[in-house]
Design a protein around this ligand. Structure first.
Ligand SMILES: [Zn+2]
Length: 317
């Protein structure tokens, strides 16, 4: 008993000691962030992180890596975080209808950025989709970032908001934006070159949230399901059509999406000997990829390599 009391006493002393001596030191060295940005999805988080590099900004991602964003509901703490933010960035599509109620409660001091307001919107479509969605009222596709040119427009909106909240960082923000635009333009050039020089059909044994990408670069493709909403079970008709298309087009590569259950891709691959590669929609990312610090540009570079591998250069053969 005496030993336990002694341990408790020591713990209390350590606690008191650290409160008195350590906390003031850490709060002196760690400067309070100048601005606080709260974002809903990974692309918004990554764009804000890139634009505010080398500034004293805190950025929070609400929809955590690896989770299904369609089942996301904000916690009371999430709502407090949004209310305390200087800049709140959300995408504004169908999967973020929960945002609407929170916006009404935000103070005028919070700058609200709806990424879909920065770009020209394209309606969801069932072109080249095997399972067309029945009786669904037409909505705008929300995966606007799949076209790098849209990311330039979104980044401009974010950098303007950050400059307004933190005028001292104006030159750093501008430098980051200029650098980012160069990287995005290089990405755009590379995809354009790929679509101009290579032909072949991209077989997507999964959902297809790449409408903005396809409108910009014009690759030939076929996919199982539209959008990227809830996971679909593979129907016999879908599997049969994908296998037929893979064989007809002599495709050695078929695609799945990140965080997919992979059922369709695995079934098609086992009947065709095609290899499965991932085409990242980047709507959400895995915990591993998030922890390793992968960026939008990194995922798009992976996409470039994988599309390049899947396409045959018929003009050269
Ligand atoms: Zn999505």
């Amino acid at each position: 008993m005496k030993t336990i009391l002694r341990i408790i006493l020591i713990l209390i002393l350590i606690g008191a000691f650290s409160t008195i001596f350590f906390l003031p030191i850490s709060s002196q060295t760690q400067e309070k962030p100048t601005i606080k940005i709260v974002t809903t999805i990974f692309p918004a988080y990554d764009f804000a992180r890139t634009i505010t590099k080398d500034t004293n900004t805190s950025i929070e991602l609400l929809i955590k890596p690896g989770v299904d964003l369609h089942s996301y509901e904000p916690t009371p703490q999430d709502i407090i975080n949004i209310k305390e933010s200087n800049i709140f960035i959300y995408n504004g599509g169908e999967s973020e209808s929960w945002v609407k109620n929170i916006l009404k409660e935000l103070s005028v001091d919070t700058t609200i950025i709806r990424m879909m307001d920065s770009v020209e919107l394209i309606a969801e479509s069932s072109d080249n989709i095997i399972n067309k969605e029945q009786n669904k009222k037409p909505v705008y596709d929300e995966h606007i970032w799949t076209n790098p040119n849209n990311v330039i427009k979104i980044s401009e909106a974010i950098s303007q908001a950050v400059k307004n909240h933190s005028p001292d960082d104006t030159s750093t923000i501008q430098r980051n934006l200029d650098q980012y635009k160069t990287n995005l333009q290089n990405l755009d050039n590379d995809f354009r070159m790929l679509s101009n020089t290579k032909t072949g059909k991209l077989i997507v044994a999964d959902r297809f949230p790449f409408r903005y990408f396809i409108e910009e670069y014009g690759f030939d493709y076929i996919a199982a399901y539209p959008g990227c909403s809830e996971q679909a079970e593979a129907s016999a008709k879908t599997i049969t059509e994908l296998i037929k298309q893979t064989k007809q087009n002599s495709q050695k590569i078929i695609f799945n999406l990140e965080l997919s259950n992979n059922k369709i891709a695995q079934t098609v691959a086992s009947s065709t000997d095609a290899k499965i590669l991932t085409w990242h929609s980047i709507h959400n990312v895995s915990q591993t990829d998030f922890d390793s610090g992968k960026t939008y540009i990194d995922f798009m570079r992976d996409n470039f390599d994988n599309l390049n591998e899947a396409l045959y250069d018929h003009s050269a053969s």
